[in-house]
Write a protein that binds this ligand. Sequence first.
Ligand SMILES: NC(=O)c1ccc[n+]([C@@H]2O[C@H](COP(=O)([O-])OP(=O)(O)OC[C@H]3O[C@@H](n4cnc5c(N)ncnc54)[C@H](O)[C@@H]3O)[C@@H](O)[C@H]2O)c1
Length: 442
Amino acid sequence: MKNIKTSVYAGLKKKINDKSAVITVVGLGYVGLPIALEFTKRGFFVNGLDSNEGRISKLKQGVSYINDISSKTVSEVTKTRNFQVTSNEKVLSGSDVIIVCVPTPLRKVKEPDISFVVKASETLGRYLRKGQMIILESTTYPGTTREVILPLLEKNGLKLGADFYLAFSPERIDPGNPKYDFTNIPKLIGGFTKQGTTLGKLVYSKVVKKVIGLSTPESAEVTKLLENTFRIVNIGLINEFAELCHKLNIDVWEVIKAAETKPFGFMPFYPGPGIGGHCIPADPMYLSWKARKVGFTTKMIDLAAEVNRKVPVHIVKRIEEILKTRKKALENAKILLLGVTYKKDVNDLRESPALDILEILKQKKVCVNYFDPYIPHLDIGGIKEKGVELTENVLKDQDLVVVVTDHTNVDYKMIAENSRLIFDTRNVFGKRNIRDEKIIRL
Ligand SMILES: NC(=O)c1ccc[n+]([C@@H]2O[C@H](COP(=O)([O-])OP(=O)(O)OC[C@H]3O[C@@H](n4cnc5c(N)ncnc54)[C@H](O)[C@@H]3O)[C@@H](O)[C@H]2O)c1
């Protein structure tokens, strides 16, 4: 038995080291596509498996659907013939290392939806063979890898640690961040056995600068949730603090800048129009759900989520207040929202607070339009809108321009020169030293 175990481990180790291991990435989204491309660039043969035929067909044509990756990169990597994109799950049987990056959204009732992980694991279970290593990257609650995935894989009779390896490695990318991509963000991995963790570390060390092994998959799962809980709590704090500063007539941006001068014990977070994206609003809910299962209440997460959820409502109140100073009623105003994605320089609309702001304004029958360089048309959650062009005349025609997302590739000087009144929820003008009485900061 010991010999078989050793040979499975040694065989996989050798394949990873000499790059003959076939890597399959399941789920080619914001997380999976960069990983698949990087392993290909480093000399591995990679299968990119995705159930979305539209995405597969785009990749086959050398077209990228993710901002951080250019179509040029996709077509160059595809041309090497070491990257095969497909929706045919049969490629799993010929794979040595399988990295799973499927979505983990929230259900309507704000509870984890791990149906994509379950479905992918059932498929993996059908194709599992001796000598494979499976790594889950999708963010999830502690216990998912052990309680949900492992039983589905073991259904076919193979034994963990002897026949195959399983580990969890959280993805920590920050889309739109020009400084950090997944290759220079330290990678965490927690396997079930020492050998599993060692093999996982070896796999990622081929593409990532620093890999850190953890003792269990649960430690790796919950580390990711700690990171995003840290963010949701601090963002909630600063959003509440900004509202208080407004009531006290204090400039919150000046206060944050001043606090930042302390060389220790303070880390700046910035207020804004609300939280969005696939991670911050969702991941901490995975933890609070798991906590409830063990009879524990995560008061900090629940409170931060509530504070952050109310921010778009507060933004609309501020819009109303600002318009009042110009003797304009909200219902009669013409408003332009600048930016609708959940953060700057991405084309991702998931959970974007701009959608809440747009919806509240529409409910109040306000004449509201939007501009976003990345989103010419909005078609999400029942909202269907066409973006306007950002011209001098369009700006002059508005009672109020509201900066919701601070995209970099927008001419803020031109906006300042041609708008009558601006509400800046991101301090984008302040950061560019564009100051004017008509620019009101959050
Ligand atoms: N987007 C981020 O910035 C980010 C950062 C860190 C972690 N994460 C986590 O990574 C995971 C993936 O996120 P994402 O943003 O890449 O999602 P995404 O929706 O962009 O991509 C997921 C892909 O998986 C595919 N898919 C779903 N089920 C499949 C299956 N059974 N077989 C094959 N393909 C399947 C979908 O078609 C889609 O293309 C999530 O758990 C997310 O929380 C995301």
